[in-house]
Design a protein around this ligand. Structure first.
Ligand SMILES: *Cc1c(COP(=O)(O)O)cnc(C)c1O
Length: 415
């Protein structure tokens, strides 16, 4: 997967959470606290034990842990079928593959997302069409779909940005009227709910990422959920070269014979990864509760802040808070977002920017002729957003440190 500069930065923040600050930023007499990343995985002793058990067994890949993870994931998200693959990006690719799209078909994607959402549309040879987002939630809604839909619209990918579920009832009925398929890119929102229904069960297909910075992790990994049995079969085939049976099924039948029925990929998840994901899934409710607690603490400061605002959160959802995003009220600051970002990083607060609107990337400008000005709400938001650290292992002291550091910078640079 090609990485954006932001993705590279986030990866290095993950790899070196305890790297020291440059010496010119260290006060001579006190030991600096290690930098806080914006997100970080937690791996406990039971996770280690689960992986070791697989390493000591007979199946390192395509073994029983895949089915166990899939069953637990289907249960947690209230669907009939969950299919595990090697990444969230592979999950998006597989979900779009089963829709049999062609070069004349358009798939609407919000501009405010990670590039992988739109890239998957290109993988299947269809055309991504960028929709703007609501200025307060940064979620795509019916209003934004209406502006870009055409007779060629075959699918919509709804991104639950930051972990806040989209308005699925409205999106679903819009898609039904149009004969379009609704795909949920739920890479941020595992553990979230919409009007009491778990994320995963609200669209025709939903995709999840188990990357270390997401709500739970398998190292790398992804899952597609659906209630459509025929799609589930094709998703399993697609992750295994397009071959109708896997090697364990053939071994059980005592046969060498297999058939490749379509062109697929090797998007399999190993049993090591599945065991880690399964062990982490048990902790999902507790971890999401902790994320909400941290978000509530941030909210008490930023909801009425003179220079900063949290994103709007609707009342009919339960947020999963993969990200906690604040926006600068730009005319209240003497500095721009870049300087605020740098000041926070210098103070050891690993903030990040999610995201550069996808249509602004040089690749998309060159390939599809997209341009600045296409999605003004996303572009305007991009100029002022910052993701603050939020992850279950953050201590009370960590949260207070983020808040007090932001406050010190506001005292210095606020108007
Ligand atoms: C992380 C992410 C992906 C890609 O997931 P990977 O597991 O990294 O491939 C896709 N869409 C969104 C919105 C994401 O945040």
């Amino acid at each position: 997967m090609e990485q954006t500069p932001a993705a590279q930065e986030s990866d290095s923040a993950l790899r070196t959470p305890h790297s020291t600050l440059p010496s010119n930023h260290q006060p001579p007499t006190t030991t600096p606290s290690p930098p806080l990343p914006y997100g970080r995985h937690s791996v406990d002793a039971d996770d280690l034990a689960a992986v070791i058990e697989v390493l000591q067994g007979d199946w390192l890949t395509t073994g029983p842990k895949i089915g166990e993870l899939e069953a637990a994931f289907a249960h947690a998200t209230g669907v009939e079928h969950a299919v595990a693959v090697s990444s969230g990006t592979a999950a998006l690719h597989a979900a779009l593959h089963v829709l049999d799209l062609g070069p004349d078909d358009e798939v609407i994607v919000p501009a405010m997302t990670f590039a992988a959402t739109a890239n998957a549309v290109l993988y299947v040879g269809a055309r991504p069409v960028f929709a703007d987002v609501d200025p307060d939630t940064l979620l795509v809604g019916v209003e934004q779909l209406e502006r870009v839909a055409t007779a060629r619209t075959r699918a919509v990918i709804a991104v639950d940005y930051a972990g806040q579920p989209c308005d699925y009832d409205a999106l679903r009925s819009w898609c039904e009227r149009r004969g379009a398929t609704l795909v949920s890119d739920a890479c941020h929102s595992l553990g979230g709910e919409y009007r009491g229904g778990p994320i995963g069960s609200l669209a025709d297909l939903a995709t999840f990422s188990l990357h270390p910075v997401k709500v739970i992790t398998s190292g790398e990994g992804g899952v597609i959920t659906t209630n459509n049995a025929a799609w589930a079969t094709r998703l399993r085939q697609f992750r295994n070269h397009g071959i109708a049976t896997d090697h364990r099924q053939r071994e059980a039948l005592g046969t060498w014979y297999y058939e490749q029925l379509e062109l697929g990929y090797n998007y399999r998840l190993s049993d090591l990864h599945a065991a880690l994901g399964l062990s982490q899934l048990r902790k999902l409710p507790g971890w999401v509760a902790r994320r909400r607690q941290i978000a509530a603490q941030y909210d008490t400061i930023f909801a009425a802040h003179p220079g900063l605002r949290p994103l709007a959160v609707r009342a009919d959802i339960a947020h999963a808070y993969h990200l906690y995003v604040i926006r600068m009220i730009r005319d209240r600051w003497q500095i721009d977002r870049r300087t605020l970002f740098n000041e926070l990083r210098k103070a050891g607060i690993g903030v990040q920017v999610h995201y550069i609107p996808v249509h602004m990337h040089p690749y998309y400008q060159q390939r599809l002729g997209t341009h600045v000005g296409l999605c003004p709400n996303a572009e305007n938001a991009y100029e002022g957003i910052l993701s603050l650290p939020i992850f279950p292992a953050m201590s009370e002291g960590d949260v207070e440190r983020v808040i007090s550091t932001v406050e010190q910078i506001w005292q210095r640079y606020g108007k």
